[in-house]
Each structure stands twice: as C-alpha cells, then as structure tokens.
Design a protein around this ligand. Structure first.
Ligand SMILES: [Zn+2]
Length: 469
C-alpha cells in the first residue's frame, strides 16, 4: 500500500541509530533481576522505564499492571482500525543474575560498546529485542499511519518461568485479543541467517535438598560412620542419566512425540553440526542422548541439567568437614506433550526409589511451563519471512529451539493464537553468562526487518486469517 511511508520509516530509523543505542543502554543499566528479591525496586524501575518510553511514543492505555509477582506492562495502538491484523508484541524486561561479576570485562549494568557489540546483562536477552520492536514502531508511527494494530505485553518474570503470566492473560483475555503474537525472545543461528523458531521447549525447575547429620561434623571423628550428603547428592545426580545419555526419571519419555522422517530431514538441513556446537561452546567433545543429532537433542528432545550444586566448605585451603546438608538446582527442558507437573512426579518417584535412608530429602519447585509448537505456513509467518528476505536477501530458516518461553504456550492455550518467534540474538551472545552481548549490525538490521514486517502484515489485511477456523 505505501512504499513511500515504508521507505520514510526506514530512513527515520537509519537517521537515529545513535539515539536508539543510547535508549537501549539506559534500559540495560537497570539491574532488573527477577529471581532475587533484593532487586525488587529495580524490577519496578524497569517496568516504569519501559512504560514511560511507550507513553513517549503515544502508545495508548499504557499501564504498569500489578500481578501476584512482578508487574506486566501493557499498551496498545489501535489506530489502524478493523480490517487489518492486530499483533500482540510479547517481551520481558527482567534479566538473569549477573554473577559471577568478576568474569565480566566491564560492569554487567554499565553497558559498553566494544567493536560491533554492546555488552551488558540483558543486552541480547532481551532488552535489545524489546527496544528493537519499540524503535521499529516509533519509526513507522512517526512517519505515517500504522499499517497494523499493535498491543504490547511486556512481563517481568520470564527468567523465573513466568509464574504470574497465566493468571494475567486469563483475566485480560478481551484486552489481549489479537490475531498473532510477535515474540522476539528467540534468535538467529548466524548474522547472515535470519531464523523463525516454530517450536520452543518447556521447562521445569527444582531444588533438591538433602539433610544428613544435625550439623556439620568433624570428618576425622565421624567420617566413615555418617553418610555424607554431598556424596549422596552426587550419586543421585550421576544416576539421572544412563550411559547413553538418556534421562532415567521413570516415565520421562512417555509423552514425547517422535520426530517424523520429514522433520528430521528438514532439521538436518540447518548448518549446525557437531563442529558448530564445539566451536560455539569451547567444549572439547560433545555429549548427549544416543541416536539423535545435536540439533535434535537441543530442540526436539527433552533434557535434564544440573544448574548448580552447593555443599560443605568451598573457601580457600582445606577444612575437614562432613557437611550437614547438600543442595542441587536441577532443570529439565521439555518437548510438546510433556507436562511439568508430571515431571515433578517422576523426580519424586526417582528419589523415593534411589535416595538412601541415611539422608532426608525434599524437592522445592522453582517454576516452569510447557513446550509450544507454531504453524510454519501461516500468513503472518509469510509476512515475517518476506521481511527477512527484504533485509537479508534470503529466506528464513525454520528451527526448533532448545530454550523456553512460557508465554508462547500460555498465549496459545488461553488466546488460541500462534506466536511468531524470532529475534536478533546470536549463539555466541553469552546469554545468561558473563559478558552478555548484542551484535549491533544485526540489531539494526532487525529493526529494519520489523519495519518491513509491520507493512507486509498490513498489506495482507483482513485476508490474512481467513482460513483460521
Ligand atoms: Zn529472554
């Protein structure tokens, strides 16, 4: 409809590269760590910050909505009217903890540009991705009429499994009504390979606590008579995989959908072989479930990881102690049809069968959500794919992703809509780790891609979802 508006919007964005980056830096400087109660005020500050930015863009009805946990920021621009699609932009303003701080080259919350990258916690996951959408909306809105209606749902609990999102969506169904969701919390496999993610894994996280003696003991006096909880924990964890890399929790694979031959051959086309993973990780050799390729293992198969272990003395020098307790954080990544609640039961059954009577144990739930699967052939996916071709000169790759975005399955479940999962983070962005970074040339291309996407989607008008049933 409007090649002129479209090129003006692109022009607008290109002329504001520096200001866009300065905005992002200010956002990254807010340490909005969702998992640690010590950062509660910073969480609120980040929510207000993003709400203020949305108000500056004259987005309507901007509200910082309280939930049982961290607030959700909502806003909408419905000026395009009926007859064109409404996109629900999903994002999160919270981040993972930055520890260990000494491994960062510059401060985690002192965003710094080095070379082509912006470094800082949240730069890529996902403050950069949230700002890319806001910048694209700004460029379109400031240069002409918006070609689509847009609603925003920016939450503050993604990194802790979105515990309040389901009830928020449930009680705001009407307000959130839309045709499709745009979730920019996934990434690309390389700077020249735009990617659409059609499946995301689910997540279930636990803490296992083992209690042995009433307090820490002298290992010389009591070693050999009291079962050391740290040792028991290691044995229990070691037993959670067999020699072929299969998870041994009873029934763990029962609900897992087998991959079809067609999907396996499509996934095999992704340029992500053994050497890709070795190079990205620095690991001397890969490991994993026998009978599946690395791409299948990270996207289409469930996994179990030990995220951390804590017990006994870990300071300098030796201390001859027999610890009273031991703790491990465990997370499982789930595929479609696996239920996080059932996985908890399976972990209980495993511990009931394997934990020796020399210790007491308990499991603490740390949240999670089911996996999701989106259609690859929708009109909205075509609009996104075409936008990628317009910017990168090549069509997108379709990929399953190992990560989890609970919102995607919640939106599918409660609003009946698919999410377009995309984004401009790269495999070596150090997401969740020290020196998290954002590749700025890709980010700027991403902003342009989103501008194209909004116009492409608008052009398809009301016909887009005709056959949606
Ligand atoms: Zn994220």
């Amino acid at each position: 409809m409007s090649p002129t508006f479209q090129s003006e919007a692109l022009q607008y964005a290109r002329g504001r590269a520096k200001r866009f980056l300065d905005d992002l830096k200010a956002f990254v400087a807010v340490p909005s760590v969702s998992t640690d109660p010590a950062y509660r005020e910073e969480i609120d500050r980040a929510a207000r910050w993003i709400a203020d930015r949305m108000r500056e863009l004259e987005i309507d009805g901007v509200e910082v909505c309280p939930t049982g946990g961290h607030p959700v920021v909502y806003g909408e621009v419905l000026s395009a009217g009926p007859g064109v699609p409404t996109v629900l932009v999903y994002g999160h303003y919270d981040v993972q903890p930055a520890e260990p701080l000494e491994l960062w080259t510059s401060g985690a919350y002192e965003p710094a540009v080095r070379g082509d990258y912006l470094y800082g916690r949240g730069a890529t996951d996902m403050k950069g991705q949230v700002m890319a959408v806001l910048h694209a909306v700004e460029a379109v809105a400031r240069t002409g009429p918006l070609p689509v209606n847009i609603k925003f749902l920016i939450e503050g609990e993604e990194e802790i499994g979105s515990p309040s999102l389901r009830s928020f969506v449930e009680s705001n169904k009407e307000r959130l009504r839309c045709d499709v969701a745009l979730n920019t919390d996934t990434g690309m496999i390389a700077p020249d390979r735009p990617t659409i993610v059609y499946a995301l894994r689910g997540l279930a996280c636990f803490e296992i606590r083992l209690y042995g003696p009433g307090n820490d003991l002298h290992s010389g006096i009591y070693g050999g008579v009291v079962h050391n909880p740290a040792q028991v924990l290691c044995e229990l964890i070691a037993g959670m995989h067999d020699g072929d890399g299969h998870v041994t929790l009873p029934g763990f694979y029962e609900a897992v959908r087998p991959l079809t031959a067609e999907e396996r051959s499509e996934l095999a086309r992704l340029p992500m072989d053994e050497s890709f993973y070795r190079e990205k990780t620095g690991a001397p050799l890969l490991w994993g479930e026998a009978g599946f390729t690395p791409v299948e293992r990270t996207g289409a198969r469930p996994t179990l990881e030990v995220n951390g272990i804590l017990s006994g003395y870990t300071g300098p020098g030796a201390k001859t102690v027999l610890p009273a307790l031991a703790m491990a954080k465990i997370s499982t990544r789930l595929v479609p049809d696996q239920d996080p609640g059932e996985v908890r039961e399976q972990l209980m059954r495993y511990l009931e069968a394997k934990a020796p009577p020399t210790v007491r144990w308990e499991i603490v739930d740390l949240g999670g959500g089911p996996a999701s699967l989106s259609r690859r052939d929708s009109g909205a996916a075509a609009a996104l794919g075409r936008a990628m071709e317009q910017v990168w000169g090549k069509p997108p790759l379709f990929k399953r992703e190992g990560g989890s975005v609970p919102a995607v399955s919640i939106l599918q479940d409660l609003l009946g809509i698919d999410s377009l999962n995309t984004g401009f983070s790269l495999p070596d962005d150090n997401m969740h780790g020290p020196d998290e970074r954002l590749h700025l040339p890709t980010w700027y291309r991403g902003i342009e891609m989103l501008i194209h996407f909004f116009f492409n989607l608008g052009e398809q008008g009301g016909t887009l979802f005709k056959n949606k049933g």
